[in-house]
Design a protein around this ligand. Structure first.
Ligand code: C2O
Ligand code: CU
Ligand code: CU
Length: 511
């Protein structure tokens, strides 16, 4: 099986990297694939039999104060089996933080895991000290391994992350960001959602309460006993280098080189449940879609048919709704959509499918329409007044590419503390993103708009202010980024988590 994987992996990988002609001729559909499939061994449930869970909403311990403990817990993900997760609050996903624009929040993260962590609020406009820099670590009690990286900072057991929440209503998420180990640690469960709300959004007649569903989508693979399966090999020596994986026993692990493209699991989870089912009334529902997968892209469609009315992008509400038949989501992206289930007769099954995969990963979840019900919601033609596009003061290029067996930005593997750009606070810049493969590019702090793909109009699903963009093989994507909020050290990186761990990150400094 290893050998088989290696053969497929090399061929697909070289096919994509070896030139557009070869990729088109040899790999066909593989070009849509952004990782290597890892097949699990556990007995899997029939799709659409497990009820959709909704993560708990975090309860403050005082005004604007939250406490969450990262810990190991055994949870039932596959019916009848136990999975050990590393979770915020011992759950996967972690609790949902309901934040309010203009109301600062402090989240005190306590680490009771066997490994260091760093928590990043993805999409947050956050001061640098709370942004989850990869070497700004919270270490568990008694953790004594030698410092892994120059400039590494260690907080003993807990750290207060301070979020001013001076930003528009949006669907955010949070996850681990530890240097070299983000992919395996997120895979084990360190991720959750955060919703920012504001007055502008509250005034809209959008579906809320039970009719607003946060949906965190990710893929995983499982061992026969229900534990998470991840393609790591024991590394010789005490490697703490890029792509290494410090195991709970203190031993060193490395990502199996066959999975350098990224790891795709064969089980699709929504809010931590495999191919779940949710009952909905025949009314409008707001779905806050988050792609929290390590490497997998999805092209979502409703079967037997139907439309998504997109109301928001990564960084907040759109000016006006946009209808889509399909939505392609790269890792890290969010889509805020309304689906009107009154278009289906009661009793219908409406399946959210992923047309980028065949087989089990081609299904995501199912809605069962129960009955007609009153619906006083609407999607108004005008949703919000997002900030306009400022004029860029300069432009820069960031090239995302494999160089000498590692993933690089502008030819360099990640160099913490070495900024590739120094944008000025309060200005905007045009950033050109180029690539050799699928690289979902994410920028911390700065929100951006997609201006062009390959010199042409962006796609309909690129609308609005975003923080992550799906850059596809050999694409040239131009974005207009605004540097608002705070001065200091931030980063941009590929959000394929295996690429990120294999050094596809860069710092920039807002001055
Ligand atoms: Cu969601 Cu720096 O990442
Ligand atoms: Cu981020
Ligand atoms: Cu990448």
């Amino acid at each position: 099986m290893r050998t088989g994987n290696r053969r497929v992996s090399r061929r697909a990988f070289l096919g994509v990297l070896g030139g557009a002609g070869l990729a088109a001729a040899g790999c066909g559909g593989r070009r849509e694939s952004s990782g290597e499939l890892l097949t699990g061994r556990a007995r899997l449930p029939e799709p659409f039999t497990v009820p959709l869970p909704i993560p708990e909403v975090a309860r403050p311990v005082g005004p604007g104060r939250y406490e969450v403990t990262q810990r190991v817990a055994a949870v039932e993900i596959l019916p009848g089996l136990r999975t050990e997760v590393w979770g915020y609050g011992g759950t996967f996903p972690g609790p949902t933080f309901e934040l309010r624009r203009g109301v600062p929040a402090t989240i005190s993260v306590r680490n009771e895991l066997p490994v260091p962590t760093s928590t990043h609020l993805h999409g947050g406009v956050t001061p640098p000290g709370s942004d989850g820099y990869p070497t700004d670590l919270v270490v568990p009690a008694g953790y004594s391994a030698p410092h892994g990286h120059p400039g590494e900072v260690r907080h003993e057991v807990l750290k207060d992350y301070r979020y001013p929440v001076e930003q528009r209503a949006a669907t955010l998420w949070y996850h681990d960001h530890r240097m070299d180990f983000t992919a395996p640690q997120v895979w084990r469960g360190l991720a959750g959602m955060a919703l920012v709300r504001d007055d502008e959004e509250d005034a809209l007649p959008l579906p809320r309460g039970e009719r607003e569903l946060p949906l965190m989508i990710c893929d995983r693979a499982f061992e026969e006993d229900g534990s998470f399966r991840y393609p790591q090999t024991h590394a010789s020596g005490h490697g703490d280098g890029h792509g290494g994986h410090g195991g709970p026993g203190g031993g060193a692990f490395a990502l199996d080189a066959d999975y350098m493209e990224g790891v795709e699991g064969d089980v699709i989870l929504v809010n931590g449940a495999p191919w779940p089912v949710a009952e909905v009334t025949a009314t409008r529902h707001r779905l806050r879609l988050v792609n929290a997968s390590n490497a997998r892209r999805y092209r979502l469609r409703l079967a037997p048919g139907g439309r998504f009315t997109q109301i928001g992008s990564d960084a907040g509400l759109l000016a006006a709704p946009v209808a889509h038949d399909t939505i392609t989501m790269a890792p890290g992206e969010r889509y805020d959509v309304v689906v009107d289930f009154s278009a289906y007769p009661p009793g219908s099954a409406v399946t959210l499918v992923n047309t980028l995969a065949d087989g089990p990963a081609g299904n995501v979840m199912r809605f069962v329409v129960t009955r007609r019900a009153p619906d006083d919601t609407a999607v108004p033609a005008t949703l919000s007044r997002p900030p306009g596009r400022p004029r860029p003061v300069t432009s820069r290029t960031f090239d995302f590419r494999r160089t000498d067996e590692v993933w690089t930005v502008n030819g360099h593997p990640y160099r913490p503390g070495v900024p590739l750009a120094r944008p000025r606070l309060g200005t905007a810049e045009m950033w050109r993103l180029t690539s050799d493969f699928h690289h979902p590019v994410h920028v911390h702090l700065a929100h951006f708009q997609v201006l062009a793909r390959n010199g042409r109009r962006p796609e309909a699903t690129d609308a609005g202010w975003k923080d992550t963009v799906d850059v596809r093989p050999y694409e040239v994507v131009d974005v207009l980024a605004r540097f608002d909020g705070y001065r200091g050290r931030y980063m941009l990186h590929c959000h394929n988590l295996e690429h990120e761990d294999m050094a596809m990150m860069a710092d920039f400094e807002v001055v």
